[in-house]
Design a protein around this ligand. Structure first.
Ligand code: DX5
Ligand code: ZN
Length: 230
């Protein structure tokens, strides 16, 4: 299995000083920047778009940026995110009329592609497109907001997705998003995830007074991941 990647969701960062927040969380040992895009249509919340992704790149962020599209439709905005420096672009199959086309569009723009599964969305959407996905993202909360509780049924779904990936022999990351904390990251890893989004658990972890405020929580997550059996 691939190395563990920890992907802080900037949804829970302080947007008034986003560049500094991203610098700090990466300096604290995070691997990937998880970038939640919401449109007040596919989900009932409104967040950030390609301009902000571009601003992070211009600020000097060189880590992978994992753009999680919670927008409908998806195709119009994909080239804009590619031009803005996205590394991964993932979308929800319910939000695209032509899933295969959207996956191809992402890859043709030079990005890694992925499909995102809501808690009630079946993995069967993967049946004919496994060769066009670089990432499978399982939502362990309903999309729209940070700070929700992990839905335990996602652990079985992770095991199913892990088996599909292993059986395929393809190089596909398995990402989990929603309610990931220090106290459950180990069982999430044991169920098959290799990429861990965490928003409130990381950005809510300590006070402004502590200059290294994300080091402690990231180290605690890494320590839990290191204890995981297979
Ligand atoms: C929810 C977003 C998540 C969210 C995770 O729609 O996709 O990335 O920010 O936040 P936590 O870790 O607080 O559940
Ligand atoms: Zn997300």
């Amino acid at each position: 299995m691939s190395d563990n990647l920890i992907a802080p969701s900037i949804l829970s960062a302080d947007f008034a000083k986003l560049g500094e927040e991203v610098d700090k969380v990466l300096a604290s040992g995070a691997d990937v920047v998880h970038f939640d895009v919401m449109d007040n249509h596919y989900v009932p919340n409104l967040t950030i778009g390609p301009l902000v992704c571009d601003a992070l790149r211009k600020h000097g962020v060189s880590a992978p940026i994992d753009v999680h599209l919670m927008v409908k439709p998806v195709d119009r905005i994909i080239p804009d995110f590619a031009a803005a420096g996205a590394s991964y672009i993932t979308f929800h199959p319910e939000a695209s009329e032509h899933i295969d086309c959207s996956l191809q569009l992402i890859q043709s723009e030079g990005c890694k592609s992925g499909l995102v599964f809501n808690p009630a969305t079946p993995l069967s959407y993967l049946d004919y497109v496994m060769d066009k996905v670089d990432m499978i993202l399982l939502m362990s909360v309903n999309p729209g907001f940070g700070g929700q509780s992990f839905i335990p049924a996602t652990l079985d779904k992770l095991r199913q997705a892990r088996k599909m990936i292993d059986d395929s022999g393809l190089d596909i990351r398995l990402e989990i998003d929603g309610g990931v904390k220090v106290d459950n990251i180990r069982e999430i890893k044991e169920a098959g995830a290799d990429t861990f989004v965490a928003g409130s658990a990381i950005f809510g972890a300590a006070s402004d007074a502590d200059a290294n405020r994300y080091d402690t929580v990231l180290a605690a997550m890494r320590a839990e991941l290191a204890k995981a059996g297979s």
